[in-house]
Design a protein around this ligand. Structure first.
Ligand SMILES: [Zn+2]
Length: 374
């Protein structure tokens, strides 16, 4: 494991590494800063492992579970003259990209002595954390909005999580989860937890090994962990002399939950709030400023999509063989718009993670299909 520091993003103060903390006294979120020691990427990889443990040297945690996590396939397609690389994150053990962050976070919480963990989630993060908690033999309390999809809630119960349904929006669910913290029971919610981002960054490492560098990354933004993870992963790849530059990041949000994209200059007339993109229905994520800064630094931009624009791409993705949730289709919708509007140049190379499985949301997918009469 490379040496690392835990640093507050807001005030720059360093925190202790031997206790679980999710927020600094100043109110800021923490980041992990690795000391890469002028090393090269390839010399630090454990090539025997075809899973996240391949990158154990870059992860600030001991005792990662011996289960297959990560190393998801990439499928290449030519779309409107652009090479699009779909990374099939939805084929992960828990059916979403959030497995990566949960895998690293649960190992860290356990390493620091937690006997149980608390998360807040619209569904996917709760499922990933519950699966990792089950595999690690620790207890888990999951706080979800009452209106979260039934399929996701049932799966949480099957995974032996204590499910708390909160009558309120996603921000209210977050407040309730934080209130439940007590001795030995730590809040590991992905909105704040820096170890979650460390797990997510492995997606960039994998994509680099699978297809080399890319020109653009298109990602849905809810709490922003996939975006910040990819950004950090690519930044480290540059520092490790594997790549020359971080790809341009295209952040995608849905109507009603689009503050980050608005700050990035995206404009759209939204008639109603998105009901379909439940995975990114977050009004004010704590790492908002950090996300905006990351996108700007890559010369990226934001795209806002509405529910009508998600429906067709969702069907198109199925026709390509990808059974994904509506939230994943936001990125595909944004890809098509970005190509049309010239944000994505012809003949360029794009990474597009397909974030979550549609198998958790069959009822919702049928509803959409009926709306479209297809
Ligand atoms: Zn601080």
């Amino acid at each position: 494991m490379l040496p690392f520091k835990v640093v507050c993003w807001n005030c720059g103060k360093e925190a202790r590494r031997d206790e679980w903390r999710w927020q600094d006294d100043c109110g800021g979120a923490f980041d992990i800063i690795l000391d890469l020691q002028s090393r090269k990427f390839t010399e630090l990889i454990d090539a025997k492992e075809e899973n996240i443990r391949r990158y154990a040297q870059f992860l600030p945690v001991e005792g990662l579970l011996s289960v297959h996590q990560g190393w998801t396939p990439i499928v290449k397609k030519k779309i409107s003259g652009v090479e699009v690389n779909f990374k099939l994150e939805y084929l992960s053990l828990g059916g979403s990209f959030k497995d990566r962050g949960a895998y690293v976070s649960v190992a860290k919480a356990k390493e620091l002595g937690a006997t149980g963990i608390i998360v807040d989630s619209s569904g996917n993060a709760g499922i990933s954390f519950s699966l990792m908690a089950l595999l690690s033999g620790i207890a888990i309390d999951v706080f979800v909005p009452k209106h979260a999809p039934e399929g996701k809630k049932n799966l949480l119960r099957l995974l032996q999580a204590n499910v708390h349904e909160i009558d309120g929006d996603r921000m209210e669910v977050n407040r309730e989860a934080i209130k439940a913290e007590r001795e030995g029971l730590v809040y590991v919610g992905h909105w704040w937890n820096p170890y979650f981002i460390e797990g997510e960054k492995t997606m960039a490492y994998e994509a680099y090994e699978q297809i080399g560098g890319v020109d653009y990354v298109v990602v849905p933004v809810g709490s922003g962990t996939i975006l910040l993870g990819l950004y950090k992963g690519y930044q480290e790849l540059v520092e490790l002399q594997a790549l020359n530059k971080v790809p341009e990041i295209i952040a995608v949000q849905a109507c009603g939950y689009s503050e980050i994209c608005k700050e990035l200059g995206a404009r759209k007339e939204c008639v109603t709030k998105s009901k379909l993109a439940d995975g990114i229905a977050i009004t004010n994520p704590p790492r908002r400023e950090q996300i905006v800064e990351a996108v700007k630094r890559t010369n990226g931009h934001g795209i806002i999509v509405d529910d009508e624009e998600i429906k067709e791409p969702l069907v198109e993705l199925r026709k390509l063989g990808f059974i994904v949730e509506p939230t994943s289709a936001t990125a595909y919708a944004a890809l098509e718009q970005s190509i049309k509007e010239g944000f994505i140049k012809p003949k360029s190379k794009v990474l597009l993670p397909l974030t979550g499985s549609g198998l958790k949301l069959v009822d919702e997918l049928i509803e959409i299909k009926e709306c479209l009469k297809m």
